[in-house]
Design a protein around this ligand. Structure first.
Ligand code: HEC
Length: 105
């Protein structure tokens, strides 16, 4: 075995992080809590109670996919904060959207 290979094996062993990174769903939940829950606690809607985030209500309003939710974040209806990609990048926006669809049925 060459010195290089031995060194590489040693380094890769050391580089292992002790804590696994948060899973996608925890990150989605965390971001939802920070950005959305003030107005949408438990998937509700404190400003417009007809526009909750529960699956059946979303579907009635034409939202059935993560992309549909992300579109609302980019171009919201009256009373909702607008979240541009500089504030919430697409990957994070999708994690939030998937969290909503999985959590509020
Ligand atoms: C300042 C309060 C506020 C915040 C913060 C907020 N929303 Fe909203 N949201 C609203 C209001 C008000 C509406 C209803 C707007 C309308 O009439 O379309 C709404 C509607 C929605 C809808 C459509 C619901 C439906 O049944 O048609 C989605 C999806 C949504 N919000 C997602 C989010 C997400 C995701 C976040 C966080 C990134 C967020 N909202 C943050 C106030 C807020």
């Amino acid at each position: 075995m060459s010195v290089c290979v031995a060194l590489a094996m040693l380094l890769s062993g050391c580089a292992k992080s002790p804590e696994p990174p948060p899973t996608a769903s925890t990150r989605g939940a965390q971001l939802f809590k920070e950005r959305c829950a003030p107005c949408h606690p438990d998937g509700g809607n404190v400003i417009n109670p007809k526009k909750t985030l529960h699956g059946g209500v979303l579907a009635d309003n034409g939202i059935t996919t993560p992309a549909g939710i992300v579109a609302r974040m980019r171009k919201p209806g009256p009373g909702m904060t607008s979240f541009d990609p500089a504030t919430i990048p697409d990957t994070d926006a999708h994690l939030i959207a998937e969290y909503i669809l999985a959590t509020y049925r």
